[in-house]
Design a protein around this ligand. Sequence first.
Ligand code: ADP
Ligand code: MG
Length: 235
Amino acid sequence: MAETRVIRLTEVRKTYSSGDIQFEALRGVSLEINQGEYVAVTGPSGSGKSTLMNILGCLDVATSGRYEIAGQDVSRMAEPELADIRCRWVGFVFQQFNLLASMPAWRNVELPLCYAGVGPAERKRRALAALADVGLADRVNYRPGQLSGGQQQRVTIARALVTGPALLLADEPTGNLDSTSAREILSIFDRVHHEGRTVVLITHDRDVARRADRMIEVRDGLILDRSRSSLVVAP
Ligand code: ADP
Ligand code: MG
């Protein structure tokens, strides 16, 4: 049977060290996310949301605990294997767009396909299709500086989706946007979710979080799962 729990974290801890000082940003997080689920992660600034996202996206590794993606234990993988997982499974959208200023939109979008070893003609075809999917067919040759914030964020979503990832991770994707652009971005996430992808949206904005199937709250490096805690208090 297919593995439906895409993500399983068990007692994950993350300790940052700077000099003599150690700080435990995640203090034993256990979490399961199913294939196709739309999960919002909320919590105050400094609670550990980005730390959690970096681990979920294999951009960083846990200090202890176990992390499985689609049944594979990634907690003990080294960088080349992690890079392979990121490339095949995960698309990222950040608050800062992280686009290359000197390159037109379509070149930014094709970059993940370069890492995946796709040939130039196919890369361009898929980049243009991904940009059309986010409503930017008429902006493919624009550089980031020639696009609005909302358009730049749509370019990053096209870049995140161009490899066809099962999991889309977004860390405060609407944090730098006006409300109209934010709504456009969130409706793209709704569509991505309806296509069957797993979406994990990190936000400190509870109104944004309410669009998801499930809201998870991070506090001081620990998870509070509201849907489960409400089950516990039900009569
Ligand atoms: P959030 O995204 O919820 O605002 P973060 O995950 O970025 O929180 O940070 C959680 C805590 O870990 C914060 O106190 C932050 O200062 C600390 N932290 C994050 N990254 C590092 C790092 N590279 N080195 C040391 N401390 C860090
Ligand atoms: Mg953060």
